[in-house]
Design a protein around this ligand. Structure first.
Ligand SMILES: Cc1ncc(C[n+]2csc(CCOP(=O)(O)OP(=O)(O)O)c2C)c(N)n1
Length: 349
């Protein structure tokens, strides 16, 4: 399955005009958040940041297809998806600043962001199986991950369990063509990532990840199937426009010209805004209006995050388990001793 936005008009998609506008608004919010977070990191406000520029269409399209009761299992890269699901921007910023308690305390069905690659995928399957055992057939779990995660055992184990137990899970692989410096063609010799689902007994589909409406439609269908006991792997083809993180320099490994079609590397925000404009769904000035709203929202989020202050090093140990274990206590005692003789502010990293 492969859909390209230019080939159809809005009438062929099962999305209302107001929903189509809300998707654009969330893409603009996400872009503004990403730019602001990068700027905050550059002035030392937080230690590192993984930008998602170029992936807004894929993430916001998928988030809008999910119901409030569906669970998202995100990663460090899927902030656009989390923002579109109403995770407060200040929580995401605070977590990145080192405040671990802002990791999961949300009113939305949103698991903490996974940083160990692919570890969230079996969690999503476990949650899906639990929903199924509870007779909850109107909910599903969505596991978000990148192309690199598909080389991890966790991905294969999770897919295997989902296939055997008919778990209500959508595996949402955002293929941005890079896993740090490793390009997709070196990640797997398979023709696609979607094709891997076949080995586990369920469907895999590819979608143009820079077309938010195509992603919306594909994920909505996948969620319906998953809720009926048929898990689905969705491969959303998009592109990481920026660096892997603020510690990375892609100029050292990325070719100047990518061997990828234009639709893959195009800016999804410009493309979708132009599309809605051509369809008469938004008027001149809509995007600018959304940017102004986003600026005000993110300004407030930064103020709220700043009011919390800098994290205390103790927080590192407080949220590993519900209660500290003796081993965690030992680690904390070691760090306290080390800090008596060293000043991290004076160290060079
Ligand atoms: C288990 C594990 N191994 C290695 C790493 C280091 N690491 C961080 S991001 C990354 C690449 C992930 O690429 P991909 O899954 O494509 O996701 P993307 O970063 O492109 O969103 C790696 C290897 C890690 N975080 N966890």
């Amino acid at each position: 399955m492969h859909r390209v936005i230019g080939e159809r008009d809005l009438q062929t998609v099962d999305v209302s005009e107001s929903e189509a506008r809300a998707v654009l608004r969330d893409m603009v919010r996400a872009r503004h958040f990403d730019e602001r977070a990068l700027a905050l990191q550059r002035r030392g406000w937080m230690p590192g940041y993984p930008p998602f520029k170029g992936q807004e269409g894929s993430q916001v399209g998928a988030a809008h297809a999910m119901g409030d009761d569906d669970w998202l299992f995100p990663t460090y890269r899927s902030n656009a998806m989390q923002l579109a699901r109403d995770v407060p921007a200040s929580d995401i910023l605070l977590f990145r600043r080192g405040h671990a308690e802002f990791h999961s305390d949300h009113d939305v069905q949103n698991f903490p962001q996974a940083v160990p690659i692919a570890s969230q995928i079996p969690h999503a399957v476990g949650a899906g199986m639990a929903m199924d055992y509870a007779g909850d057939d109107d909910r599903a779990a969505v596991a978000y991950f990148g192309d690199g995660a598909t080389s991890e055992g966790d991905f294969h184990e999770a897919m295997n369990f989902a296939g055997v137990f008919d778990a209500p899970v959508v595996f949402f692989c955002e293929n941005n063509n890079w896993a740090i410096s490793l390009p997709r063609e070196r990640q797997t010799a398979s023709d696609s990532i979607a094709v891997k689902a076949e080995a586990y007994g369920f469907e895999g589909v590819q979608v143009d990840g820079n077309d938010p409406l195509a992603v919306h439609e594909t994920v909505a269908e996948a969620l319906d199937d998953a809720k009926a006991g048929e898990p689905v792997l969705v491969e959303s083809l998009t592109y990481r426009q920026g660096a892997h993180t603020t510690s990375d320099d892609p100029d050292r490994y990325r070719p100047e010209e990518e061997d990828l079609p234009d639709w893959r590397t195009a800016d999804p925000l410009d493309r979708y805004a132009d599309f809605l404009h051509e369809q008469g769904v938004v008027e001149d000035g809509f995007v600018e209006e959304c940017f102004d709203e986003a600026e005000a929202e993110i300004d407030d989020a930064v103020d709220a995050a700043e009011a919390v202050g800098e994290p205390d090093v103790d927080e590192l140990f407080d949220h590993v388990y519900a209660e500290r274990t003796p081993r965690i206590d030992d680690q904390k005692a070691w760090l306290d001793g080390w800090l008596e003789d060293h000043d991290p502010q004076e160290m060079e990293f």
